[in-house]
Design a protein around this ligand. Structure first.
Ligand code: FAD
Length: 257
């Protein structure tokens, strides 16, 4: 897609702050070698998602190097005791892959069972592995503390200490609200939804649009790839109106994502 439309994508540039206003924004970035840059744009679309910031459990040992909040691949964990924390898709997929590649997997979830929204082709697989005792599951349970070689679990049967080599805390992620607030985007309600016009997706800051899952605030499961991709059409229609659909309608637009 980026190649097809000759999009000017600046990968590995983090947007630190935004200055200016509608028609004349200055977007300050830092690249992976820590070099800073400034990009000018008449309009901005912020589509920063939610995956960069994990929901921390704030428990002792969470900062140990054996604890990860992202799961990549199973092979390094063969013949190791791995704890997966969580009860949704990420936890189910990680637990199954790890088990299929020879890890001894324990899953801990505070709910009574795997979440009902786990994808329909994954849910029976994880439930059957648990039923067969191939993956040990503790429901209605929480992790109290992560230690170098063990983990303490609070279960309905009391505190249990299990042997442990690695922990995947797949407890969800949240949008960078501070980033949005720093730009001036209003966030309200318990769902932390950023303000935006439902038709145009323009935020309360003129010239700044929101796209993708951040439109849903904390309700990250409401917008996904299939429906979030239509935000572009809404924003483009409004940009065409405001900038004119003539010579260079969106050429000066920077997308923050
Ligand atoms: C494990 C997992 C599995 C999923 N599986 C599916 C699935 O099967 N089907 C489906 O439809 N959806 C799935 N989703 C949801 C889907 O990934 C998201 O809904 C979708 O990616 C949201 O798109 P987005 O463009 O809003 O944000 P993202 O795709 O998250 O893109 C946001 C980008 O902005 C970047 N960014 C953030 N802050 C800054 C900054 N300050 N400066 C510069 N860049 C920044 C981020 O690094 C990221 O690259 C899954 C999500 C997860 C976490």
């Amino acid at each position: 897609m980026a190649d097809h439309y000759s999009l000017d994508v600046r990968q590995y540039h983090r947007v630190d702050r935004v200055e200016g206003g509608d028609g004349d924004f200055r977007v300050h970035t830092v690249d992976r070698s820590n070099a800073s840059g400034v990009h000018h744009a008449r309009k901005l679309v912020i589509a920063t998602g939610y995956y960069d910031l994990p929901n921390y459990m704030n428990i002792a040992g969470e900062d140990l190097p054996k604890v990860a909040h992202y799961y990549c691949e199973p092979h390094p964990y063969y013949d190791n005791d791995v704890l997966v924390i969580g009860g949704k898709n990420s936890a189910a997929i990680a637990a199954l892959e790890l088990w299929r590649h020879g890890a001894r997997v324990t899953l801990v979830h505070r709910g009574p069972a795997m979440h009902k929204n786990v994808k329909y082709w994954i849910l029976p697989d994880i439930e059957n592995r648990i039923r067969n005792g191939e993956i040990t599951a503790h429901f209605h349970s929480r992790v109290r503390e992560i230690r170098a070689r063990t983990v303490l679990l609070e279960t309905p049967n009391g505190v249990v200490e299990i042997t442990n080599d690695f922990v995947f805390a797949l407890t969800g992620y949240h949008p960078d609200y501070d980033f949005l607030r720093a730009i001036g985007v209003q966030i309200s309600g318990t769902d932390c939804r950023p303000y935006c016009n439902t038709e145009t997706l323009e935020s309360n800051i003129a010239g700044i649009y929101l796209a993708g899952v951040i439109v849903a605030g904390a309700r990250t499961s409401e917008i996904f790839i299939e429906n979030g991709r239509f935000h572009g059409r809404q924003i483009a229609a409004n940009l065409a109106l405001k900038l004119g659909s003539g010579d260079r309608p969106a050429a000066g637009v920077s997308q923050v994502s």
